[in-house]
Write a protein that binds this ligand. Structure first.
Ligand code: UTP
Length: 308
């Protein structure tokens, strides 16, 4: 797997956990990781690896679980397919096959058991070493038109701190997320995190700021994860490790960058469908056809003739 030459910043490694069970998307995820579900014509995880590479993080470690071969095959070369397309002289499709293996230097590591996101991140210790690194959840898609990771790395560098991504959500949705207790800073898009609560009821939520799947972590997180007891759901929770830091028990503070762009949780069925529609209408080859069809379909829906 080859990596394109890019300017190296302070953070060069990305970890992409993709070893969860994906139970919200059964039966599609019975034999396939949810991160491999396509969004238009690419698996979700390819967008995530592209996002890391676009932010200058071209060393990407994917943490895989059961069905790992689906993911490793996708980022590897496929000689039979390439040969068949070469024989046909189909350069366009050949380019699409090569694309995934040329985005970044992709490494894979198996998480033996799905013991939680914190545990998955802890598995990356040897690969990451004593450097800060980014974590991008493999089923959490940030629209490439609304870049976030570069901003988070810049805040990490400027404040010498752990940085997580937050998004404002309506009160009725906060119970689906980790929620941050925050203090303002001099920047309206950046808050200081004073505590994190995993999936609180709306009445107990300290804010409307939900934690979303992007983190820039300092290597001290590994020692904290090692000491964690299983938390919510019996899993080793990354939120618990971050809370330890937010409460001032680690070496440095935690800041949150408030993301105001487009983001899709592709492990959630409704969000997955929306992501396909939103990126479908924007697709260079398919956009016009899908937009026309959607407009007609919306008219028929309004007229109660959706089956026509
Ligand atoms: P989720 O909580 O969304 O994953 O984890 P899940 O457990 O697969 O989800 P459902 O509820 O059963 O559908 C967030 C991210 O952490 C990864 C997942 O793959 C996802 O990218 N993860 C989670 C791991 O890599 N290992 C784990 O043990 C747990």
């Amino acid at each position: 797997m080859t990596a394109k030459q890019r300017t190296r910043g302070s953070v060069t490694k990305a970890v992409v956990p993709a070893a969860g069970l994906g139970t919200r998307f059964l039966p599609a995820t019975k034999a396939m990781p949810k991160e491999m579900l396509p969004i238009v014509d690419k698996p979700a995880i390819q967008y995530v690896v592209e996002e890391a590479a676009a932010a200058g993080l071209d060393d990407v470690l994917i943490i895989t679980g059961r069905n790992k071969t689906n993911i490793s095959n996708h980022f590897d070369s496929v000689p039979e397919l390439e040969l068949a397309l070469e024989r046909k002289g189909d350069e366009g499709k050949l380019g699409k096959v090569h694309e995934a293996s040329e985005i970044a230097e992709v490494h894979l590591l198996r998480q033996g058991q799905p013991l939680g996101l914190g545990h998955a991140v802890g598995c990356a210790r040897r690969h990451v070493g004593d450097e800060s690194f980014a974590v991008l959840l493999g089923d959490d898609l940030i629209d490439a038109r609304d870049p976030l990771l570069e901003r988070m790395v810049a805040e990490h560098d400027a404040r010498d701190a752990t940085v997580i991504a937050l998004m404002e959500v309506p009160p009725e949705s906060i119970h689906l997320y980790g929620c941050a207790a925050v203090e303002p800073t001099d920047d309206p898009d950046v808050v200081k995190i004073t505590g994190l609560v995993e999936k609180p009821e709306a009445s107990e939520a300290p804010s409307n700021l939900a934690v979303i799947g992007r983190y820039v972590l300092r290597p001290e997180i590994f020692d904290i994860i090692d000491e964690l007891e299983p938390g919510r759901g019996g899993e080793i929770q990354l939120t618990d490790a971050l809370n330890h830091l937010a409460e001032g028990k680690g070496d440095g503070p935690v800041y949150g960058v408030v993301f105001r762009g487009r983001r899709y949780d592709t492990g959630d069925r409704a969000d997955w469908i929306k992501a396909n529609v939103l990126l479908g209408v924007d697709h260079p080859e398919l956009g016009a056809e899908i937009t026309d069809w959607l407009l007609g379909f919306a008219d028929r829906l309004r007229a109660g003739r959706a089956d026509d």
